[in-house]
Write a protein that binds this ligand. Structure first.
Ligand code: KDG
Length: 339
């Protein structure tokens, strides 16, 4: 009777699950709890897909794994949550690749401006051999990468002017993610960039600490950035992947069957994330206009000009990361494009 009481207390009263796994004689019948946190809010496709992942995992493990979800940086920003995974004090987070480069520098290659021409090519590269190779690099950092999800093509918003050509970046105080390549690329474009945690961004724009920021359209709309920003320009300068990360310590403690379940569920829910995101872009662009934002499409010529300006920065990072690694990614992009 004592045992039952203890289990009920630990498992949040999930008696059915405790009995179920106990009778299978696996994992001593204890319920494992996953705390999964993200920076975006609960209306974003990333969070809706995280709820889908939770549903699949809890169903398929018959409640032996329980998932608690947290949004809006409730557990910290991308970097802090990734560190918590390394320490084993949090189990799941889904950061952009940019902050991951602070742990595995090679990840910066996915944030090379204008690397991916469209989402389909990104899917092929990330879900293919090269993408897997990068996920494997996380193990040394006590992290397991289960799948790539999508943040999406990043566009610039600000309170000063429309970005129609590269020279419009001049002097703009732009918030960037915590990533040196982002910082250096925007410096090259003439902006005045400041790295900042996502959770502090809205207030920083509201108070004028920064003039602007860059994020995909779904984030700009769903986080209400139109309330504090006047211009949105479709620079599409970086395709930002998300990586579904799990604490290695926690992953290693799962049964093989559970490892398969959490991994397959991450791929499955990731499809939902990508679909919802892509459907949302056109609709939310219209919503931003309806909210009174000045919306401009950036021309291919202006983008080509930006490519030229950031190229020396990319060359420098290719040296740092390893030219072969970078070439491998470019080759995979070319191959996916040719298919
Ligand atoms: O949930 C993801 C966010 O924490 C973050 O990655 C969003 O793109 C982002 C940013 O600009 O910080």
């Amino acid at each position: 009777a004592m045992m039952v009481l203890v289990l009920a207390a630990c498992g949040g009263g999930n008696d059915e699950a405790s009995e179920g796994s106990a009778s299978e004689g696996e994992g001593s019948g204890e319920t494992k709890t996953i705390r999964a946190g993200i920076g975006l809010n609960d209306s974003h496709p990333q969070y809706l897909a995280l709820l889908e992942w939770k549903k699949i995992v809890e169903e398929k493990t018959d409640g032996a794994i329980k998932v608690e979800t947290y949004h809006s940086s409730q557990l910290g920003d991308d970097r802090a949550m990734t560190e918590a995974l390394q320490l084993g004090s949090q189990e799941v987070t889904i950061p952009s690749t940019a902050p991951i480069a602070n742990f595995v520098p090679e990840y910066s290659v996915f944030d090379f401006p204008f690397l991916f021409p469209n989402e389909q090519v990104a899917d092929k590269v990330l879900d293919g051999e090269v993408g897997q190779k990068f996920l494997d690099k996380l193990e040394d950092q006590n992290l397991v990468g289960l799948a790539y999800w999508e943040n999406g093509f990043r566009d610039v918003t600000n309170s000063e002017r429309a970005i129609e050509s590269a020279s419009d970046f001049e002097g703009l105080k732009l918030r960037t993610m915590e990533n040196d390549l982002h910082l250096d690329a925007f410096k090259a474009l003439g902006a005045n960039p400041t790295p900042m945690a996502f959770g502090e961004l809205f207030t920083a724009m509201q108070q004028g600490t920064v003039d602007g920021q860059e994020n995909p359209i779904p984030t700009i709309y769903l986080q209400g950035f139109y309330e504090v920003q006047d211009y949105v320009s479709t620079t599409h300068h970086i395709y930002s992947p998300f990586v579904f990360l799990m604490s290695k310590e926690f992953f290693d403690g799962l049964t093989e069957e559970q490892q398969t379940i959490v991994t397959e569920a991450a791929v499955e829910a990731g499809k939902m994330n990508r679909e919802l995101n892509r459907e949302a872009v056109a609709e939310y662009a219209d919503e931003l206009k309806a909210e009174g934002m000045n919306y401009n499409e950036v021309s291919p010529e202006a983008r080509a000009e930006m490519v030229k300006i950031v190229q020396p920065v990319l060359d420098e990072y290719a040296e740092k990361i390893g030219k072969e690694t970078v070439q491998e990614v470019y080759d995979a992009v070319a191959e996916a494009e040719a298919e």
